[in-house]
Ligand binder design. Structure first.
Ligand code: HEC
Length: 102
């Protein structure tokens, strides 16, 4: 009995963070960026990954890259950046991470 109740409780607490809605999570965005983007986009302006790609910090500071433009770009980037087939949730997480801090 006790063991069963313990398992039920742990299962509930493990599920709670997943209940977050569609809003972007910048921490998840950072993880996605560090997994999928840093092979081309360096993290900081003074580092280079590949020359053609702006660094992630340069992207964060570009005033023209509004959340809407980021969404559009990430859903359908043009060459030389490949389409990474991101889900809508991944795009929202990346937008939360990459948008200009207010
Ligand atoms: C294979 C290399 C590569 C990967 C992987 C890649 N990019 Fe890019 N990205 C580029 C290049 C090259 C450009 C510059 C395109 C240009 O200036 O025309 C670019 C441009 C961009 C821009 C600027 C768009 C604009 O309007 O100027 C954003 C934002 C961006 N990438 C975000 C990302 C994110 C977020 C990821 C990871 C999910 C990612 N990229 C993964 C190569 C890559």
């Amino acid at each position: 009995m006790r063991v069963g109740a313990f398992i039920a409780l742990s299962a509930m607490s493990a599920l709670t963070p997943c209940a977050a809605g569609a809003a972007g999570d910048s921490e998840r965005g950072r993880t996605i960026a560090e997994t999928w983007c840093v092979s081309c986009h360096a993290r900081q302006s003074d580092q280079t990954a590949i020359d053609a790609a702006p660094s992630l910090s340069a992207i964060q500071e570009r005033p023209d890259l509004t959340p809407d433009r980021l969404r559009t770009w990430l859903a359908d980037p043009h060459p030389p950046m490949p389409n990474l087939n991101l889900t809508r949730q991944e795009i929202e997480d990346l937008v939360a991470y990459l948008r200009r801090p207010d």
